[in-house]
Design a protein around this ligand. Sequence first.
Ligand SMILES: [Cu+2]
Length: 320
Amino acid sequence: MNTPIKLGAYALGLVVVFGGTFAVGGLVGPQGTTAKAPGAHATHGGTEQAARTASVPGGLQVSQDGYTLVPETTTVTPAERADFRFTVTGPDGKPVTRYTKLHGKWLHLIVARRDMSGFQHVHPSLGADGVWSVPLELPDPGVYRFFTDVQPEGVKEQLTLGTDITAPGDYQPEPLPAAAPVATVGDYAVRLEGALTPGRSSRLKLTVEKDGRPVTDIQPYLEAYGHLVALREGDLAYLHVHPDGEPGDGRTRPGPGITFFAEVPSTGTYRLYLDFKHGDKVRTAEFTVRTAGAAAAPEQPSGEASEGAGGGEGHGDHTH
Ligand SMILES: [Cu+2]
C-alpha cells in the first residue's frame, strides 16, 4: 500500500485556505462563495474591524467580532471522560442561544494537543441556556487547543474561536511525524496528492483505499465526503476545508478520490486531518505537509520522505 506518490503530480485539486472567514461552512462549496486570500473576505464584513480580523488566520483568537469562547473550566483531568462545557458569548456579554447551522451541525468542536497529536472532532449539544456540552476525554497530559467553528445567528460569517485547555500532568510531547504521501488508519490507506503553495489556491486529492482496493462507497459525513482540517506548526492556525463537490450534486462520486481546494497563508509545515466515513464509522487520516519553500525539519530523527509536499508548484491557478 505504500506506493510512493509524487505529490507534485496533483491530479485533482484541494485548496486549503486559512482565515477566520475561511472555515465558513460551504464556503468552498459549489455555490461559488469566494475562497481566496483571507483579505479577500474583508468586503463581506464591510467594516474596518472585519478587514483587520479577516487577515488573521482562524483559531488564533478567543474572541472575534464581539463573540467570545468561554469554557466553564480550563483544566480537564487526563484520561477521564467528562462533560466539557462552554458558552459563546455575544456582544452583549450573554451566551448566544441561536446559531446558524454549518454542515449539518450547530457547532463543530475540534481539539488537538499543542504538539498536533490527539485530534478530535466532535459536536456538542446546546442547552436552552446557551451552554454547550459534550462528553470528552483528553487521553494524555498537555495543553490542548480547542477550536469552535460556529456562526451565531445574524452573523454573516463563520467564526473559528480558539482557546487553550490544560490536562495537568507530565507532558511528553510527541515529535511531529515526518512528511509522507500515504497515511494509514486502521485497514485504510489514504494517499495525498498535490502541493500547498502559500497564498494560492492549491488542489489536494486524497484517495482512500481499504486492504489495497479503492474505496468507492465513501459515505456522506456532515454533508460531504470528507472534511479537512489543517493546523499550522508553530501557532496552530486553523483551516477547515470542505471538498470540491458534494453528495448528490450529480457529479461528485463517493470515492476513492476526494478533492479539496486549500490556501495556506504562509510557508511552513502543516498537519492535515482528513475525516471520512466508511462502514458507518468516521476515521481520521493525518498528514504532515511542508509547503513549497519550507525548510525541512532538522530534528526529525527519520529521514523526511523525499516525496514531501514541497515538490510541486506552479499548478493551480484555480481560485474557487
Ligand atoms: Cu464537525
